[in-house]
Write a protein that binds this ligand. Structure first.
Ligand SMILES: [Zn+2]
Length: 197
């Protein structure tokens, strides 16, 4: 009887611990869920946790606000990246759709193709849509913040990570002026003052 009670207590304790550990990780729509093709190859990030988070917008495909449209956007990006760009897979680690859902790209701890010189030391998160003049929805912004926090919790991203917009590391409009101005107000945003290499 005592043993049973002890087992029950341990089980409850484990449940409690695992719930707490994943409290800030948003639900992710898996590759299988959006019907991704297999990657041609994949490479694990050589040194974890990574020191950078790089934010993107897709520009095209445009904003999506249903699961069906966002899953189609993921497939179209993967097709473009694999077929036209000749990359091994969709470039981003994760994408965020207009409903506030996270879509798995390459996922955690896999080298992406999204920011030259930063791919093997960053996590690349893209917002699906054109955010030059308009901001993503509040749900999208909240999801991005919890996804970033989740990366820190699971030790994929350093607790003192630097948050960057794509245009800070190469000449591009991405992630759009409106979105870049937004992330400049977030904790960990970094101006990369002359420390850029
Ligand atoms: Zn970008």
């Amino acid at each position: 009887m005592k043993l049973l009670q002890l087992t029950a207590q341990i089980t409850l304790c484990l449940l409690f611990t695992s719930n707490r550990a994943t409290a800030t990780c948003p639900q992710v729509v898996s590759r299988a869920d959006w019907d991704a093709r297999a990657p041609v190859s994949s490479q694990t990030i050589p040194s974890l946790p990574v020191p950078y988070v790089v934010i993107h917008h897709t520009y095209l495909p445009g904003f999506c606000n249903t699961s069906q449209a966002c899953e189609a956007a993921m497939r179209s990006m993967q097709n473009y990246h694999q077929n036209t760009q000749k990359w091994t897979d969709i470039g981003y680690n994760f994408c965020i759709g207009g409903t506030g859902q996270v879509y798995e790209g390459r996922g955690w701890d896999i080298v992406g193709t999204h920011a030259p010189n930063y791919n093997n030391r960053s996590i690349g998160i893209c917002f699906i849509g054109d955010f030059r003049a308009e901001l993503p929805t509040l749900e999208m912004l909240a999801t991005a913040k919890s996804l970033i926090e989740c990366g820190v919790e699971r030790n994929s991203t350093s607790p003192d990570y630097k948050l960057l917009g794509h245009s800070q590391v190469r000449s591009t409009e991405c992630p759009g002026t409106a979105l870049l101005n937004e992330i400049k107000t977030w904790p960990h945003w970094d101006s990369l003052n002359k420390t850029n290499t």
